[in-house]
Design a protein around this ligand. Structure first.
Ligand code: FAD
Length: 276
């Protein structure tokens, strides 16, 4: 059996202060030995340079970095150039996404779905990149039906993805069922759960509403009850999310991808509690 893959996700900082803070976070997290770290890409290409700068800096620190690349609103030429730039910097791992156009911003462009981006990456660069795609155990918010969403995911893998990272979720059964369902459609690549630490009640409820992740009522109620007591929220969040991770690993998940939100403490605490 292959070793589980533990990885971290960052977003590209927008200010010099943010960049310093991320460096400090990396100094705390890199000694834990992640397999790779990924860096998000702003909707419509808004952080293109920031994503590139951040992955180049991380590679220099000796850790494998995987930029996210979203294709909505882009042209083939633009994506071709970005792929070339990554190749020139020796980047061999990428997270291929459709992305979401900010409302009122621009045209869909030459790619409609992530599957088309994966096909394009393979046609342009062969096997150069290890390609990850996104998976939604609780279904993508725009999915026309669960069945179609599973088929679209399977098509994205058939187009050439090597692995997938999921949207975060708090219900392990949704993940296990998703993995079983797509296995029946012929998907055999590793599907690594994306893990969101719970550190802030209102921010988490807002994010979850947007991305279609369900926060179980018992978790929402407990968090709401803590009011402004951030320590209580953190302690409860650590218990809940570590318990989820334990269940996922015990049930055969091929690793964990931690959404760090550019902060070290919650991810480090989970890592230590899990004894990774
Ligand atoms: P797709 O796989 O293309 O799916 C999008 C929707 O289209 C789904 O409902 C699917 O069922 C449907 N669909 C797919 N193919 C077809 C077809 N042929 N016909 C009809 N419908 C179809 N966003 C960012 O902007 N930047 C990031 O860095 C970023 N990183 C992410 C990382 C992870 C791990 C995850 C889970 C999400 C990330 N996102 C990011 C969010 C993501 O861009 C959005 O969820 C987006 O809405 C969908 O992207 P996708 O690649 O999953 O799209």
């Amino acid at each position: 059996m292959t070793q589980p893959s533990f990885s971290f996700e960052f977003f590209p900082p927008k200010t010099a202060d943010g960049a310093e803070k991320l460096r400090a976070t990396r100094q705390q997290l890199f000694p834990l030995g992640p397999k790779f770290v990924s860096v998000t890409f702003g909707a419509g290409g808004s952080t293109q340079q920031g994503t590139l700068d951040t992955v180049v800096e991380i590679q220099r620190e000796g850790v494998e970095a995987a930029p996210h690349l979203s294709c909505v609103g882009s042209t083939r030429e633009n994506i071709r150039e970005i792929l070339q730039t990554y190749r020139q910097h020796g980047i061999r791992h990428i997270v291929a996404l459709r992305g979401d156009l900010p409302s009122g911003m621009g045209e869909i462009g030459e790619f409609r779905y992530a599957s088309e981006l994966v096909e394009f990456i393979r046609a342009e660069t062969g096997d150069w990149f290890h390609v990850e795609v996104a998976a939604y155990p609780e279904y993508h918010p725009q999915a026309r039906s669960p069945r179609l969403d599973l088929e679209h995911f399977a098509n994205k893998v058939k187009a050439g993805a090597n692995a997938a990272i999921t949207q975060y979720f708090f219900n392990a059964d949704a993940y296990f069922r998703f993995v079983d369902d797509v296995a029946r459609l012929g998907v055999q690549v590793p599907i690594v759960p994306g893990i969101m630490p719970i550190t802030n009640y209102s921010q988490m409820m807002r994010f979850s509403e947007m991305c279609g992740a369900e926060v179980p009522r018992w978790i929402a109620k407990r968090l709401e009850g803590f009011g402004d007591d951030r320590e209580a929220i953190r302690a409860f969040g650590l218990d809940v999310v570590t318990g989820l991770c334990e269940r996922l690993l015990a049930g055969g998940a091929p690793g964990l991808h931690f959404y760090t939100l550019n902060a070290a403490s919650a991810t480090k605490a989970m890592w230590q509690r899990l004894g990774l």
